[in-house]
Design a protein around this ligand. Structure first.
Ligand SMILES: C[S@@+](CC[C@H](N)C(=O)[O-])C[C@H]1O[C@@H](n2cnc3c(N)ncnc32)[C@H](O)[C@@H]1O
Length: 206
C-alpha cells in the first residue's frame, strides 16, 4: 500500500469548502482545517469520533462541518443517542508527563473548552477505550499522541467501527505516516491519501 498525494485544490474547493470555520492560530492550520472541513462535507458522515479533543478548537470545526448549529445546545443533542460528534481525551487531572515525558505536547486545562457546539465528551485512554457503545461511528479524526504506537492503535480502534472516512492530523511526522501505512495495509478496501501542502491524511473506502 502507498499513500496517494491529493492536490490541495482538489480537496478544498466549492461547494465543500463553503461555510468552514477558519482556524489560523498556528502556521498551516488554516489549510489543514479547511481540508478537514471539506472532506467531511464531501463524504457526509453521520457520526464522527475525534481522538484528542484538546481545547476543542478542532472539535468546533468538525461540529460545524457536520452541520451542527449553536441553537442545538439542547440536552438531547448532547445525548449519545442523538449526538453526531464524539471526542475523547485523557481524564481531567492526568499527569502530562505520563503521555508526554519530553513535554512534546500537553493536555488542555478543560477538554473542549473552546467548542460551544454540542458534542459528547469522552474521557479515557483512546488505545484501550471501548467505543462500541457509541457506534455507529462512520468517521474518525485521529489526532491524539503522535507516535507510532498510539497512531497505530488509534487507527486500529477506528477500523473496528468499519468507518467510511478516516482523517489523520500531523501525517508529516514520519512515525505517524508509517503507523497509518502499516495499520491500513491489510485493509485493501480503503484508499489512503495525503492532502498536498497540509498535515492531513485521509482514507476512504474504494
Ligand atoms: C494535538 S492535541 C489534539 C488537537 C485537537 N484534535 C485539535 O484539532 O485542536 C492531542 C490531544 O490528545 C490527547 N491524548 C494524547 N494521548 C491520548 C490518549 N491515549 N487517549 C486520549 N487522549 C489522548 C492529549 O491530551 C491532547 O489533548
Amino acid at each position: 500500500m502507498n499513500i496517494k498525494l491529493q492536490p490541495y485544490v482538489k480537496v478544498v474547493r466549492k461547494p465543500y469548502s463553503h461555510g468552514a470555520i477558519i482556524r489560523d492560530n498556528f502556521p498551516g492550520f488554516k489549510e489543514d482545517y479547511l481540508a478537514i472541513h471539506s472532506l467531511i462535507r464531501k463524504y457526509q458522515p453521520q457520526r464522527l469520533c475525534e481522538i484528542g479533543t484538546s481545547t476543542g478548537a478542532g472539535t468546533k470545526v468538525i461540529c460545524n462541518a457536520m452541520g451542527i448549529k449553536w441553537w442545538q445546545v439542547w440536552k438531547r443533542f448532547s445525548h449519545p443517542s442523538f449526538s453526531m460528534v464524539f471526542s475523547i481525551d485523557v481524564p481531567p487531572g492526568t499527569d502530562p508527563s505520563i503521555i508526554y515525558p519530553q513535554h512534546e505536547d500537553g493536555h488542555p486545562f478543560k477538554a473542549g473548552a473552546y467548542n460551544p457546539l454540542p458534542y459528547v465528551q469522552l474521557f479515557g485512554n483512546s488505545n484501550e477505550f471501548d467505543f462500541s457503545p457509541y457506534y455507529p461511528l462512520d468517521a474518525w479524526f485521529i489526532d491524539g499522541k503522535h507516535n507510532y504506537e498510539f497512531t497505530f492503535n488509534d487507527t486500529k480502534q477506528a477500523l473496528k467501527a468499519g468507518p467510511n472516512l478516516l482523517l489523520w492530523h500531523d501525517m508529516q511526522i514520519d512515525e505517524v505516516e508509517q503507523a497509518v501505512l502499516d495499520c491500513m495495509k491489510p485493509h485493501k478496501d480503503y484508499m489512503v491519501y495525503r492532502v498536498e501542502d497540509t498535515r492531513v491524511g485521509y482514507a476512504v473506502r474504494v
